[in-house]
Write a protein that binds this ligand. Structure first.
Ligand code: ATP
Ligand code: MG
Length: 750
C-alpha cells in the first residue's frame, strides 16, 4: 500500500464522541506505522494550511476521550465549496505527501469530501501547470483516498443505523425532559419541548419514547389529519381525565403538517393554551443537546469507527469507490459513500415533496416500529376490549438483581397488553411473591412514571424456585387463573423458568406461555447481545471513572477499579474501552502472575516516561486470589517511588440510577414483542417457553429448552460472546506509544 501519510479532520456541526474517533484514527495509524496529521478547523484549516495542519503523535490524543466537542476544531468553509479553495487544499495535502483523508462530519462534509476526491487528479495537474508542485509529486499521489465517518447528533445519515453523537444527545434530551416532567407534574402543567432534527425526527421520536412524552411531531410523519390540533387537544384532555398530572409534547425542529407548513412551538403553544384553557410552557433545548461529555456508547462507537476507517483506508485501492464506515446490527460495516449520500438526499427530498410515505419507508424498520409503538404508548387510556374477545390474564414479574429499565419494560408490557384488551397482573417480589400469591391487577395509570424509574417497582429478588416453591407457584398460577407469564430479569429468572419448564410433567399449571426478557446489568444472558440495564451500568461506571481520574491531581497514580459483571467481562472491557484504561482483567481470561508482572513493568515504564495517571479495570470475579486489594498492594510495592496505586470498588452505584435512553428504548421494544408473542401463543394454545433477544440486528425468540445449550451453566454466561472480538481495538488504544513499548511478548487479551 502506497499511502504512508494520512490526515484526519472534523467538519460540520460538532458531536460528542468526535474526539474518540480522532484518537482512534491517530493511534491506529501510528500502530500501523503510518504518519498522521490532524487538520484543525475542518475544511477551513485544510484550505489555510500552515499551522492548521499538524503531525500527531500517540500522546497528542491522550486524555481527550471524555471531552465533548472536537479538540481539533470544526468550521464551515465557504472557500472549500469553490474549486479555488479545493485547489489550495490539495496543495496543502500533497506538499506533506498526504493522499489519504478521513473526514468525520455530516452529510455536507462527506459530500464535499467526495467532490474533492473526484477533482484531485485535475487539481494536481493544475498545480503542476502553475509550477506549484512538480510532475514527480503528481505522479506519486495520483489519487486521494477518502474514508468518511458520520458525526452528527441528528442521526440523519442513511445506511448507518446510528451516528456519532446521537446517543449523547438522547442522554441530554432524556435528562432535560425527566426534569421538566417532575416540575410539570407538580403544577399539573403542559410543556412543549423542542429538540434538534431538521430533516430527521430521530431525536424527537426516540426522546419521546424514552421519556413517556404524550405527543410528538416529526418531519417524516406529520399528523395524518387536517384538524390535528383539535385531536391533540382532545387526547391531552382525555389524559387529564384519566388521571395524568402533566403533558409533554415533543417537537422536532423540522416538524411540518401534511401540507408542508412548518409547525413551530409558538403556534403549538397557542393551540394548547386555547384548547386546554391553561398556561403552557415551552423549552427549546438548543445547543445543550450537542454539548457535554460523550456517553459510553458514543465513545466506543467512535473508537470502533475510527479504527475501522484507518484499516479501510490502508486497504483501499485507488479505483475503489469512497467508503463511509457505519454501524449495522451492532457490527461495524463499510458502506459505499455515494449510495448513502444519495439515500440521505432522497429522504430530505421526500419530506420537501410532502411524500411522507416515502420518507417513512426510507427510514429503518426500527424507526417505523418505534413510531408505531409510540402511538400506542401516548394513548390516554387503552382501546376497550372488542365485544366477545377472549381476555387473557398475563402476569408480569421481575426476577434477579434490579436492572435499570425493568420498570420501563414493565410499563410498556402492561400498557400494550391492556390496549389489546387483556388483563395485566403485577407480581411483587419475584418468584417468592408469585409463590405467596402477591399478585394484583394493574391498570393504565398503575404504571405512570415507570418509564424513567430505576430499580424495580414490582420488587425483585434472586430467589430461584425449587422443591415446594414449585407446588406453591403452580397453585398461585391456578388460583389467579394466569394464562401467560412475562418474566423480566437476569440469570436467576432464566434459571427459574428453565427449572419450571423441566417440571412441567409434574405441574401441569406450568403449561402456559412464558417469555423471559433479558434484564441484567451483567449482560450475561444467552440469545441476546445486550440485556436491559447494561448500558446504564456502563454509563454509571464511565461517569464514576471520569471523576476518579480527575481526582488524581499531580501524583503519579494507578487506579485499580473493580466493576460488576459476575462471570461476564462485558462491563469491564467496555468501560476500559470507554475510559482509556491501560489494562482490563476479565473472568473469561483470568489473571496470571506473569501477566501482572508485565503489567507492573508496562505501568512503571509509562510513568517513567511522564505518564501521570494509570487505570486498570478488574471484573469482580476475574480471579478469586488476585483480588483488587491484592493487585493494588502488588502495584504499590512494585511501583516503589515511581507510582502509587489506589483501589476503587464501584459497588452498587453501578446498578442504580435512572435507566439510560438506550435501555428505555430497548426495554420498550422488547416488551412490545414479548406481549405480542404471549397473546399470540395464548390464542393458539401454544405453551412453548422462550427467551427473547437481539442478535445480529434481529429480535429472536429462543426455546427455553435451549438454555443449557446456549449458556455455560457453570460460568453463568452465554457460550458465545460477540464483544470479545473488540479486545483487539481496546488493547491497541491502551498501548504505550510504539517507540516506548517494551520488548516483551504479551499474548494476553489478544
Ligand atoms: P451537520 O449537518 O451535521 O452540521 P454537515 O457536515 O452536513 O454537518 P455542512 O455545513 O453541510 O455540515 O458542511 C460542512 C462543510 O462541508 C461546509 O462548510 C463546506 O466547507 C463543506 N461542503 C459541504 N457541501 C459541500 C459541497 N457540495 N462541495 C464542497 N464542500 C462542501
Ligand atoms: Mg448536514
Amino acid at each position: 500500500m502506497a499511502t504512508k501519510q494520512i490526515a484526519v479532520l472534523t467538519s460540520g456541526g460538532d458531536a460528542p464522541g468526535m474526539n474518540a474517533a480522532v484518537r482512534a484514527v491517530v493511534r491506529t495509524a501510528l500502530d500501523k506505522e503510518v504518519e498522521v496529521y490532524a487538520i484543525y478547523e475542518g475544511y477551513k484549516g485544510l484550505v489555510e494550511g500552515g499551522t492548521r495542519i499538524r503531525k500527531m503523535d500517540w500522546d497528542s490524543v491522550g486524555g481527550i476521550l471524555q471531552q465533548g466537542g472536537t479538540i481539533i476544531g470544526t468550521a464551515r468553509s465557504e472557500e472549500f465549496r469553490t474549486r479555488q479553495g479545493r485547489r489550495k487544499a490539495a496543495l496543502n495535502l500533497v506538499q506533506l505527501g498526504v493522499d489519504g483523508l478521513i473526514v468525520i462530519g455530516g452529510d455536507g462534509s462527506l459530500t464535499g469530501a467526495d467532490v474533492f476526491r473526484r477533482e484531485w487528479p485535475s487539481l494536481l495537474s493544475e498545480l503542476v501547470q502553475s509550477g506549484e508542485i512538480n510532475a514527480e509529486t503528481e505522479s506519486e499521489h495520483p489519487n486521494l483516498v477518502i474514508v468518511g465517518i458520520v458525526g452528527s447528533i441528528d442521526n440523519d445519515f442513511s445506511g448507518t443505523e446510528i451516528t456519532i453523537g446521537t446517543d449523547s444527545a438522547l442522554h441530554r434530551i432524556t435528562a432535560a425532559v425527566d426534569a421538566i416532567t417532575s416540575t410539570a407534574a407538580s403544577h399539573q402543567r403542559t410543556f412543549i419541548v423542542k429538540v434538534m432534527g431538521r430533516n430527521c425526527g430521530y431525536l424527537a421520536l426516540y426522546g419521546a419514547l424514552a421519556t413517556g412524552a404524550d405527543w410528538v411531531l416529526i418531519p417524516e410523519s406529520p399528523p395524518d389529519v387536517d384538524n390535528w390540533e383539535k385531536v391533540m387537544v382532545e387526547r391531552l384532555k382525555a389524559g387529564t381525565r384519566a388521571g395524568r398530572r402533566d403533558h409533554i409534547v415533543i417537537i422536532a425542529e423540522g416538524a411540518q403538517d401534511r401540507d408542508g407548513n412548518y409547525i413551530g412551538s409558538t403556534a403549538v403553544q397557542r393551540v394548547l393554551e386555547q384548547g386546554l384553557g391553561e398556561e403552557v410552557r415551552t423549552t427549546v433545548l438548543g445547543h445543550v443537546q450537542r454539548g457535554g461529555r460523550p456517553s459510553a456508547y458514543d465513545r466506543n462507537l467512535a473508537t470502533m469507527l475510527g479504527y475501522e476507517a484507518v484499516i479501510a483506508l490502508l486497504e483501499a485501492k485507488p479505483e475503489d469507490e469512497p467508503l463511509v464506515i457505519g454501524m449495522k446490527a451492532n457490527r461495524i460495516i463499510r458502506l459505499p459513500l455515494r449510495d448513502c449520500l444519495e439515500k440521505t438526499r432522497q429522504v430530505t427530498e421526500a419530506i420537501k415533496a410532502k411524500d411522507y410515505e416515502k420518507a417513512m419507508a426510507l427510514r429503518s424498520s426500527g424507526f417505523q416500529n418505534a413510531f408505531h409503538t409510540l402511538k400506542t404508548m401516548v394513548r390516554a387510556l387503552p382501546h376497550p376490549p372488542e365485544p366477545g374477545e377472549k381476555r387473557f390474564r398475563i402476569a408480569v414479574l421481575n426476577v434477579g438483581s434490579p436492572a435499570p429499565g425493568m420498570n420501563t419494560a414493565g410499563r410498556a408490557a402492561v400498557r400494550l397488553g391492556l390496549d389489546n384488551g387483556h388483563i395485566m397482573l403485577g407480581v411483587n417480589n419475584g418468584f417468592k411473591g408469585l409463590a405467596e400469591g402477591q399478585i394484583k391487577e394493574l391498570e393504565w395509570t398503575s404504571v405512570s412514571g415507570w418509564v424513567s424509574l430505576g430499580g424495580s417497582a414490582l420488587g425483585t429478588n434472586r430467589v430461584v424456585p425449587k422443591g415446594k416453591d414449585m407446588y406453591a407457584i403452580a397453585r398461585a398460577i391456578e388460583n389467579h387463573r394466569i394464562d401467560a407469564l412475562l418474566v423480566i430479569g437476569g440469570w436467576n429468572a432464566y434459571e427459574g423458568i428453565y427449572a419450571m419448564i423441566n417440571e412441567r410433567a409434574n405441574f401441569p399449571a406450568f403449561n402456559i406461555p412464558i417469555v423471559c426478557l433479558p434484564a441484567s446489568i451483567n449482560n450475561n444472558l444467552p440469545g441476546s447481545e445486550l440485556s436491559i440495564g447494561a448500558d446504564t451500568a456502563l454509563n454509571n461506571i464511565v461517569d464514576a471513572i471520569d471523576k476518579i481520574k480527575q481526582s488524581a491531581g499531580a501524583t503519579q497514580r494507578c487506579f485499580v477499579v473493580e466493576v460488576m459483571g459476575h462471570w461476564c467481562g462485558y462491563l469491564a472491557m467496555m468501560s476500559a474501552l470507554a475510559t482509556g484504561a491501560e489494562r482490563f482483567y476479565l473472568p473469561e481470561e483470568g489473571i496470571t502472575l506473569r501477566q501482572l508482572q508485565e503489567d507492573v513493568n508496562m505501568l512503571k515504564r509509562g510513568f517513567e516516561l511522564g505518564k501521570r495517571l494509570g487505570l486498570v479495570i478488574r471484573n469482580e470475579y476475574a480471579n478469586p486470589i488476585y483480588s483488587t486489594s491484592f493487585i493494588c498492594s502488588l502495584f504499590e510495592e512494585e511501583g516503589q517511588d515511581v507510582f502509587d496505586a489506589r483501589p476503587a470498588i464501584l459497588g452498587h452505584l453501578q446498578q442504580g440510577g435512572d435507566p439510560s435512553p438506550f435501555d428505555r428504548i430497548q426495554a420498550t421494544r422488547l416488551a412490545r414483542l414479548c406481549v405480542e408473542r404471549l397473546i399470540e401463543q395464548c390464542s393458539q394454545g401454544d405453551a412453548t417457553g422462550c427467551f427473547i433477544g437481539l442478535q445480529n440486528g434481529e429480535f429472536v425468540f429462543h426455546d427455553m429448552r435451549d438454555f443449557d445449550r446456549m449458556a455455560d451453566l457453570d460460568c453463568q454466561r452465554p457460550r458465545e460472546q460477540w464483544w470479545l472480538k473488540l479486545r483487539t481495538v481496546a488493547n491497541l488504544m491502551a498501548k504505550l506509544a510504539p517507540n516506548h513499548r517494551l520488548e516483551i511478548h504479551c499474548e494476553f487479551n489478544s
